[in-house]
Design a protein around this ligand. Structure first.
Ligand code: GLY
Length: 386
């Protein structure tokens, strides 16, 4: 029967018997961050110093803010924040532990911009180095270029003393194998059509020693990332007490991507843009859609024309929706968020959809010098992603 492809059978089998809440399904620190303190509907007055990040930066913003409060550089502040997330194996969208490409290789993208010196640096498709944002900074500071990719970026990182390491954790490798096997209607990976025990065969991919609850949690998460390949990412923006700005965006990109695929994060003007006269903006989510509207640059230009950060983010999202003729059915197939901060310390964020799958509101993190908190994003479209 046509519908009974091996892939569908795999997914149906994996789904059976699984009961898990949305945050357990996600298994990312973004989901964990979303459990933190929430302050909805804040209308921010300008305040400096101030930091903004995607929700998965919530727990790390203290580090960046401490640097700003000691009079440090805003680029040091944003990098101190995102390095925590890059080092965290439990954030499967960034750095070490990021979900790999279709070949099982973790490929990382990152960019930095420094407002006071009006410089930028970036790396793309960088393997085996867990902190691509730090390498991006070196591209900015130690070369006459802006973007290095692939093997050249790796050689450059090694020349500056970075050590190669395997970035593929057991959890990410297991999920990748499950994804490979889910494609089995087109190749020979995974048990044959005659196998009676699809779910059990997937469970056999898991490492020994997990408790029953852990096994169920792994299986639920694997099902989620196989069905809905994530585009996690962290973006972080900062303004210091004098109005100087900096930003960075770092990611492992779209899970199961074609080797060499580059998203918006390392592209100056797409996943990140900083203009020290105006403000800073960044993006997480479906990179291809951000690239097509040159998202972060658009947001900064809208702020230059007088829009608030939130209005500017919504304008960029409006252009994304326009690319699909505002067809909600097609737009529901991805998510995209913009974050913005102006020179006065007014912040904003907007999401294509108000809620993620399952109804969890889309949020971003803010640190105003007292504490980090989550704020609901404005939404271009009501409802949740599919
Ligand atoms: N926004 C991250 C990516 O699409 O790669």
């Amino acid at each position: 029967m046509k519908d009974w492809t091996r892939r569908r059978f795999f997914l149906a089998s994996l789904a059976s018997g699984l009961v898990a809440g949305v945050s357990r399904l996600m298994g990312t620190s973004e989901a964990k961050a979303a459990q933190g303190p929430v302050e909805a509907g804040v209308v921010s007055q300008g305040q400096r110093p101030l930091m903004v990040s995607s929700a998965n930066g919530l727990r790390a913003l203290d580090r960046g803010m401490a640097i700003l409060q000691q009079g440090g550089d805003p680029l040091d502040a944003v990098l101190a924040t995102v390095n925590v997330v890059e080092d965290d194996p439990n954030d499967t969208s960034v750095g070490y532990g990021g979900l790999p490409n279709e070949d099982g290789a973790v490929e990382l993208d990152a960019s930095v911009m420094h407002g006071p010196t009006r410089r930028a640096g970036a790396v793309a498709s960088l393997r085996e180095i867990k902190n691509p944002s730090r390498v991006a900074r070196l591209v900015m500071e130690r070369t006459d270029h802006v973007l290095l990719v692939g093997a050249g970026a790796l050689r450059f990182a090694e020349a500056h003393g970075f050590e190669r390491q395997n970035l593929l954790t057991e959890r990410a490798r297991t999920a990748w194998l499950a994804w490979k096997e889910s494609m089995s209607d087109r190749d020979s990976w995974g048990p044959g059509l005659d196998s009676p025990e699809w779910r059990e065969r997937t469970a056999q991919l898991l490492p020994a020693g997990l408790s029953d609850a852990e096994r169920e949690e792994w299986l639920a998460w694997i099902r989620e990332v196989v069905l809905h390949p994530p585009t996690g990412t962290i973006n972080c923006l900062a303004v210091d007490g004098r109005g100087n700005l900096a930003g960075t965006t770092t990611t492992s990109g779209l899970a199961w991507k074609i080797a060499g695929r580059v998203g918006d994060s390392p592209l100056i003007g797409a996943g990140l843009y900083v203009d020290n006269d105006v403000g800073a903006a960044g993006s997480t989510g479906r990179g291809e859609e951000c690239i097509k509207v040159n998202g972060a640059h658009t947001v900064v230009e809208m702020m230059r024309q007088g829009k608030t950060p939130t209005e500017a983010c919504l304008e960029a999202l409006h252009r994304v929706a326009r690319n699909y003729g505002n067809d909600r059915a097609r737009l529901r197939r991805f998510h995209l968020l913009f974050y913005a901060l102006n020179k006065d310390g007014v912040h904003g964020g907007a999401s294509l959809w108000g809620a993620a799958r399952g109804g969890r509101p889309r949020q971003y993190a803010v640190h105003d010098g007292t504490a980090a908190r989550l704020v609901d994003c404005a939404a271009l479209l009501e409802g949740a992603e599919a």
